[in-house]
Design a protein around this ligand. Sequence first.
Ligand SMILES: [Zn+2]
Length: 206
Amino acid sequence: MSDRVARQPATTAGSEASNHPEEQQAETRRVEVRRSRRRRSTVSAYREGDTTIVSIPARFTVRQEREWVNTMMTRLDDKEARRRPSDDELMARAQELSQRYLGGKAVPSSVRWSNQQERRWGSCSMPEAAIRISYRVRGLPEWVIDYVLLHELAHILVFDHSEAFWDLLRNYPKTQRARGFLDGLAFAEDTARTSGEHAGHESSPS
Ligand SMILES: [Zn+2]
């Protein structure tokens, strides 16, 4: 059985009947298709927990619906995979970022995920140039992960947070946005943790 649920205006014909084998690759994941008369040709999709909500124009045929559901599932899966890179992928990404924004000058010996970071987003130990990125960063938007990687890469070149350090990050267009994102996230984490207990205040990558 397919797990998909089609929610549509009562006046349109149901499409629950479309039960094709290729849709069953979704396994236990639920897909909810919303048809909108206001939509002309755009399709959008997002996930809420285990459910993927795909919005399509009301005029789409069952076949178009199926194709678009598959397309959007693949796109969202790819996007999520990029948010959860493996250690090897993290290393590859760091090397790319170093090439692109630091002229390839920051050469890490290793880049890996770590659950030892506690209050930090990442760390870079020198002189080994070993970078560890907190698991808390896993699943965050790609541009935020990239910023955390770049921040630690820049520490290979400049140890402290001096002007020279921030100069290195100037070429990355989302530095300020990512810092704001992480500050907000740290604030939310602190708020969630509030229990009269003294909370640490180190929220920036260091
Ligand atoms: Zn730092």
